[in-house]
Design a protein. Sequence first.
Lengths: 348, 348
Amino acid sequence: MVLTFAAATSVQAFEKPVLIAEQGSFAAGGTVVRSDGSFNYRVPSDQSGQSLHGDHAYVFYQKPAKGHKYPLVFLHGAGQSAKTWETTPDGRDGFQNIFLGKGYSTYLIDQPRRGRAGQSTAAENISAATYDQLWFSNFRLGNWPDFFEGVQFSKNQEALNQFFRQMTPNTGAFDENIISAAVAAVFDKSGPGILVTHSQGGGPGWLAAIKNPEIRAVVAYEPGSGFIFPAGEVPEPLETTSPFGALAGREIALEDFQKLTKIPIVIYYGDNIPAVPTAEWNKDNWRVRLQMARLFADAVNRHGGDAAVVHLPEIGIKGNTHFPFSDMNNQEIAVLLEKWLHEKKLDI
Amino acid sequence: MVLTFAAATSVQAFEKPVLIAEQGSFAAGGTVVRSDGSFNYRVPSDQSGQSLHGDHAYVFYQKPAKGHKYPLVFLHGAGQSAKTWETTPDGRDGFQNIFLGKGYSTYLIDQPRRGRAGQSTAAENISAATYDQLWFSNFRLGNWPDFFEGVQFSKNQEALNQFFRQMTPNTGAFDENIISAAVAAVFDKSGPGILVTHSQGGGPGWLAAIKNPEIRAVVAYEPGSGFIFPAGEVPEPLETTSPFGALAGREIALEDFQKLTKIPIVIYYGDNIPAVPTAEWNKDNWRVRLQMARLFADAVNRHGGDAAVVHLPEIGIKGNTHFPFSDMNNQEIAVLLEKWLHEKKLDI
């Protein structure tokens, strides 16, 4: 076991060693709440007059020597932490290492109320609900217990074990405003850069880009919610057989929406997302999300922006799950992003 | 603000760039629970037959090129995550960077039910209780709102902000057996190495060393609970004015305790810990812990082991809080550890 794992990680970790000039971590954004009254040093168990710092993001960053100008700032999806961008479930390099190897600084965020940014100003009940099989299916590894044919996910049992253990619960309610404020604050510290989001991170990602012009581009892998439209342009909700229910867009002020037209945006979706409704709820769940993403990109472009939706199978890249950046072909997915960054002159 | 922070981190991060040969993350240990019944793909919101993977540790590791043989494996304390070993609250290098710079591989653990290892098999209520001032005092920065005279903690307001935001809640009950099992599993992956614990991590640390002989030494900063003794040798509980109550030792089998006599152990405590009882509850809380640590070391040595307790002010190192490894003099604290590792031939 030890040897197997060591071999699996050693072989793949960095093609050659990476010279790191600087690395560290910090909290960004957040708020402070206070209990009424005044603090009595003698009775510390009394909350009166005491404060709580919460709702910040936690960030770990690394700067390679002689790196590109713009860092990549990564925001995870639902039930995940920054771990999502690190070593893949089958023990290969994730986007953190791949892009460090390509000379990009990386900033990995744990969003407010998740992971190491767990201190929340809102109380929460954490259930120990058993939902591995739901997530296996919804994340499009397959229809449990079957993997999809040709899926880009290792059949090694340990890979699935690691995949399930990546999940980590909310320690306070998911809140797009809180998250987007904290992500915007990360860019105050990182300086101008590129935001890379996954899934549920998509929604707060657009809002963060509206809040902070230091966000010079947004790359969204399989955004799953939080699609925004200018007033009067919100499409009808999209019906689906998914238990997560119909997918609605959300209205924002036109002047805010227009900020998204000032930066390049690219959105990627993986495989096993059909064009027409299906009773396979997990596939159908993503069918409506891909459709809404296209409506969103259309709206951005209609207002003069530069947004593209790439459905990977349409360009010949097959088998991707909901996590293209950690799938077995993630080096190919990274090259695709690298090319896009070059096209948009973001790799200076 | 941006510039201030950037300056504070840039100046201090690595004396010179570090060549990283390999880095990554993984889950170690943990368990799987299952709901009765069988999973129905059509009704994924029904937990029947579904599983939950939880109670594992999360680990991020880095291996410098041409490093020492034994990695340092770090386990945080109560209310903390691995962040505790990263950038200090005032933006300087923590032990992660300092020891990478000295050529040690580092493994930073988020313990089960904390941080990125949040998925717990036990449900939990997270309160948003306001306790900053309690922790400020208990962690011996001072008696809120006053800092202790000469304390090794920056008076910069942002340092205190970062310090408070390091805290992150339990997502399931604290459980020494679960934590020590996961920490032991980390060493199955890291290979032989040195365990470095902080505060509440002390207890699970001793148990992990008993469970896995790959733990070749234990370094404990301010262990706060979980002191173990052989059957028949448990001291009387130590009374204190601390609201955390009297401190008791815990009995374990002699044959288990004897495993601790096979490895070198060093325990460090900082400043503002008096020798005699005091009504200052925060100081008194640590008075009994230091005393119990000495009784523990005595027991280890009585059975033929090699355990030392270093009370830093006694060797002329003044002003340390409960976090000596991130205090303003943490480079000096690191040199102290480096010397001990050399003495014990652990720096090969």
